[in-house]
Design a protein around this ligand. Sequence first.
Ligand SMILES: [Zn+2]
Length: 140
Amino acid sequence: MSGKRQPQNPVIGSWQCPEGGTAVVRQASKRGRHFYTQCDCCGVNMGTGAARQTKIWREAEFQAGADVFKPSNVSDEGQGEALPAAREAPQSEPQGEPVGERWRPGEEEEEPQAKPAASRAPWVALGVGVVALAVGVLNG
Ligand SMILES: [Zn+2]
Protein backbone atom coordinates (compact mmCIF):
# COMPACT_ATOMS: atom_id res chain seq x y z
CA MET A 1 0.00 0.00 0.00
CA SER A 2 1.29 3.38 -0.82
CA GLY A 3 -1.37 5.55 0.68
CA LYS A 4 0.75 6.89 3.44
CA ARG A 5 -0.75 10.28 3.72
CA GLN A 6 -0.02 10.91 7.32
CA PRO A 7 3.05 13.03 7.81
CA GLN A 8 5.09 12.13 10.79
CA ASN A 9 4.94 14.97 13.19
CA PRO A 10 7.95 15.48 15.37
CA VAL A 11 8.01 14.24 18.91
CA ILE A 12 7.45 17.17 21.20
CA GLY A 13 7.50 15.48 24.54
CA SER A 14 6.77 12.44 26.61
CA TRP A 15 3.81 11.50 28.70
CA GLN A 16 2.95 8.74 31.07
CA CYS A 17 0.07 6.94 29.50
CA PRO A 18 -2.82 5.50 31.52
CA GLU A 19 -1.15 2.12 31.40
CA GLY A 20 1.91 3.47 33.07
CA GLY A 21 4.06 3.39 30.01
CA THR A 22 5.98 6.26 28.62
CA ALA A 23 4.40 7.56 25.50
CA VAL A 24 5.91 9.93 23.07
CA VAL A 25 3.75 12.92 22.35
CA ARG A 26 3.26 14.29 18.93
CA GLN A 27 0.96 16.97 17.80
CA ALA A 28 -1.20 17.09 14.77
CA SER A 29 -0.37 19.97 12.54
CA LYS A 30 -3.84 20.27 11.23
CA ARG A 31 -6.71 22.17 12.65
CA GLY A 32 -7.32 21.59 16.33
CA ARG A 33 -3.71 20.89 17.14
CA HIS A 34 -4.56 17.79 19.03
CA PHE A 35 -1.94 15.74 20.71
CA TYR A 36 -1.55 12.13 19.98
CA THR A 37 0.56 9.66 21.78
CA GLN A 38 2.35 6.48 21.04
CA CYS A 39 3.61 3.93 23.45
CA ASP A 40 4.38 0.25 23.44
CA CYS A 41 1.47 -0.66 25.61
CA CYS A 42 -1.24 1.32 23.91
CA GLY A 43 0.07 1.92 20.46
CA VAL A 44 -0.97 5.12 18.83
CA ASN A 45 -3.76 6.95 20.52
CA MET A 46 -5.20 9.78 18.55
CA GLY A 47 -8.12 10.49 20.79
CA THR A 48 -9.04 14.12 20.66
CA GLY A 49 -11.35 14.30 23.64
CA ALA A 50 -10.98 17.41 25.72
CA ALA A 51 -10.26 15.48 28.90
CA ARG A 52 -7.49 13.51 27.29
CA GLN A 53 -6.03 16.49 25.50
CA THR A 54 -6.08 18.53 28.65
CA LYS A 55 -4.47 15.73 30.58
CA ILE A 56 -1.66 15.48 28.11
CA TRP A 57 -1.30 19.23 27.98
CA ARG A 58 -0.93 19.38 31.72
CA GLU A 59 1.07 16.28 32.36
CA ALA A 60 3.35 15.79 29.46
CA GLU A 61 6.92 16.85 29.66
CA PHE A 62 7.49 18.83 26.59
CA GLN A 63 10.89 19.11 25.16
CA ALA A 64 12.61 22.38 25.49
CA GLY A 65 12.40 24.26 22.27
CA ALA A 66 9.65 22.12 20.89
CA ASP A 67 6.84 23.90 19.18
CA VAL A 68 3.90 23.06 21.35
CA PHE A 69 0.54 24.51 20.62
CA LYS A 70 -2.37 24.34 22.93
CA PRO A 71 -4.99 22.12 21.39
CA SER A 72 -8.20 23.86 20.52
CA ASN A 73 -10.24 22.11 23.13
CA VAL A 74 -7.86 22.45 26.03
CA SER A 75 -8.71 24.88 28.72
CA ASP A 76 -5.85 26.26 30.72
CA GLU A 77 -7.89 27.16 33.70
CA GLY A 78 -9.48 25.23 36.47
CA GLN A 79 -8.38 22.05 38.08
CA GLY A 80 -9.40 18.53 37.41
CA GLU A 81 -9.83 16.73 34.19
CA ALA A 82 -13.35 16.56 32.94
CA LEU A 83 -14.20 20.08 33.77
CA PRO A 84 -17.10 21.30 31.71
CA ALA A 85 -15.35 24.50 30.82
CA ALA A 86 -17.87 26.41 32.82
CA ARG A 87 -15.38 28.32 34.85
CA GLU A 88 -14.11 31.36 33.12
CA ALA A 89 -11.60 33.63 34.70
CA PRO A 90 -13.24 36.78 35.91
CA GLN A 91 -12.82 39.53 33.45
CA SER A 92 -10.23 41.90 34.70
CA GLU A 93 -11.97 45.13 35.25
CA PRO A 94 -10.56 48.07 33.43
CA GLN A 95 -8.87 50.23 35.96
CA GLY A 96 -10.02 53.48 34.50
CA GLU A 97 -11.69 55.59 37.11
CA PRO A 98 -14.43 57.88 36.01
CA VAL A 99 -12.64 61.03 36.92
CA GLY A 100 -14.10 64.19 35.60
CA GLU A 101 -17.69 65.18 35.83
CA ARG A 102 -17.52 66.64 39.29
CA TRP A 103 -13.89 67.29 39.77
CA ARG A 104 -12.91 70.84 39.12
CA PRO A 105 -9.37 71.85 39.80
CA GLY A 106 -9.11 74.47 42.47
CA GLU A 107 -12.54 73.99 43.89
CA GLU A 108 -11.87 70.84 45.78
CA GLU A 109 -9.98 72.33 48.65
CA GLU A 110 -12.76 73.31 50.90
CA GLU A 111 -14.20 70.85 53.33
CA PRO A 112 -17.55 69.57 52.21
CA GLN A 113 -19.24 70.16 55.53
CA ALA A 114 -18.33 70.89 59.08
CA LYS A 115 -17.97 67.61 60.83
CA PRO A 116 -20.49 67.07 63.58
CA ALA A 117 -17.70 66.39 65.97
CA ALA A 118 -18.87 68.92 68.49
CA SER A 119 -22.21 67.30 68.97
CA ARG A 120 -20.64 63.92 69.27
CA ALA A 121 -18.05 64.89 71.81
CA PRO A 122 -20.23 64.68 74.90
CA TRP A 123 -21.36 61.22 73.97
CA VAL A 124 -17.83 60.10 73.42
CA ALA A 125 -16.84 61.56 76.75
CA LEU A 126 -19.76 59.82 78.37
CA GLY A 127 -18.82 56.55 76.76
CA VAL A 128 -15.25 56.86 77.90
CA GLY A 129 -16.44 57.66 81.35
CA VAL A 130 -18.70 54.63 81.45
CA VAL A 131 -15.94 52.39 80.19
CA ALA A 132 -13.56 53.82 82.73
CA LEU A 133 -16.12 53.27 85.42
CA ALA A 134 -16.74 49.71 84.31
CA VAL A 135 -13.05 48.99 84.20
CA GLY A 136 -12.67 50.52 87.59
CA VAL A 137 -15.45 48.35 88.96
CA LEU A 138 -14.03 45.25 87.39
CA ASN A 139 -10.61 46.01 88.69
CA GLY A 140 -11.72 47.18 92.04
ZN1 LIG B 1 0.53 3.02 27.01
